[in-house]
Design a protein around this ligand. Structure first.
Ligand SMILES: [Mg+2]
Length: 292
């Protein structure tokens, strides 16, 4: 995830002063307006950790996908990536391609720690978090993938977690009950092969060489196309041009925490300060203007 995550995300850091004031408050203190650490991740992380609404959404997606899986297996002309599938793909064994983080793995404990500590994403800390193997499964994902596995579908994880993070990721996922491919390497990490960078289409093509890819799952446009860094209009065009895929053979999981949707308003430019990025995000809003 790291190589993808840095360029696609931005987390606004609580000001050090605010954090100091906050930690200095006693339980009964009235919170001054400027005393609470500000972090854009608060509501998103709270939603993922505490809402039934989030869990019902992901469980619903995976439940609906089950029905689509049965249809896909019965129809040998069905593929989720026709442009990469080649000829006679109906004879190839079926496979599913999924992203890992925030598609099947819930990393809200890490995000929550950024909020509570008033700090920002760090690749080094992220790797330590991965190696701690405390990642949780997103509701519905394990059951769906175990069902697919029982039907003879190979499950490939196309993740931007790094090669260094791969062994702990696999151990964590095994413990959670995800099918891990037996003697086939089904965790395709970023940087594992020279042409496996953050954009994922080269890895989709790699899977499609030997398998009929019947479904894809992600939480980011980059889990479906390398065009995720386009302008807002280009991203919208991709969305509408591919309308028939969504909920049919492509499944998008909600990720309110981070992603190319968030970095798009500041042109994916993480060299900008947190305040500059926030300003550009606010400018991207389409607000209602009350009458005078
Ligand atoms: Mg993801």
């Amino acid at each position: 995830m790291t190589t993808m995550r840095m360029p696609i995300r931005g987390i606004l850091k609580a000001s050090a002063a605010a954090a100091i004031v906050f930690t200095g408050l006693s339980a009964g203190s009235a919170l001054a307006g400027d005393a609470v650490p500000q972090n854009d991740l608060l509501n998103a992380t709270l939603w993922m950790q505490r809402s039934v609404e989030y869990k019902a959404t992901t469980l619903g997606i995976y439940n609906l996908a089950k029905g689509q899986l049965d249809k896909a297996l019965a129809d040998k002309t069905w593929t989720a990536i026709p442009d990469k599938q080649g000829e006679n793909f109906g004879d190839k064994p079926p496979a599913i391609v999924l992203d890992a983080d925030e598609t099947i793995l819930d990393n809200s404990p890490y995000e929550a720690s950024l909020v509570t500590r008033g700090t920002d994403f760090s690749p080094k800390e992220w790797t330590a978090y991965v190696k701690d193997k405390v990642t949780r499964a997103i509701p519905g994902a394990v059951e769906f993938l175990q069902y697919a596995d029982s039907k003879g579908v190979k499950v490939f994880y196309v993740s931007n977690r790094t090669v260094e993070e791969k062994p702990a990721s696999i151990e964590n996922m095994k413990e959670l009950g995800f099918p891990m491919g037996g003697n086939v390497d089904t965790f395709l990490a970023s940087g594992q092969e020279p042409d496996w960078k953050s954009p994922k289409e080269s890895r989709f093509a790699f899977v499609a060489k030997d398998y009929r890819v019947i479904m894809m799952f992600g939480d980011n446009l980059g889990d479906f196309t390398d065009k995720y860094k386009g302008t807002h209009d280009e991203r919208m065009k991709f969305f509408t041009d591919n309308a028939a895929h969504w909920g049919h053979d492509w499944f998008m999981l909600p990720d309110p925490e981070y992603g190319s949707w968030e970095s798009n308003p500041f042109n994916n430019n993480y060299k900008l300060s947190a305040d500059e990025r926030r300003k550009m995000k606010i400018e991207a809003l389409e607000p209602w203007k009350p009458k005078e």
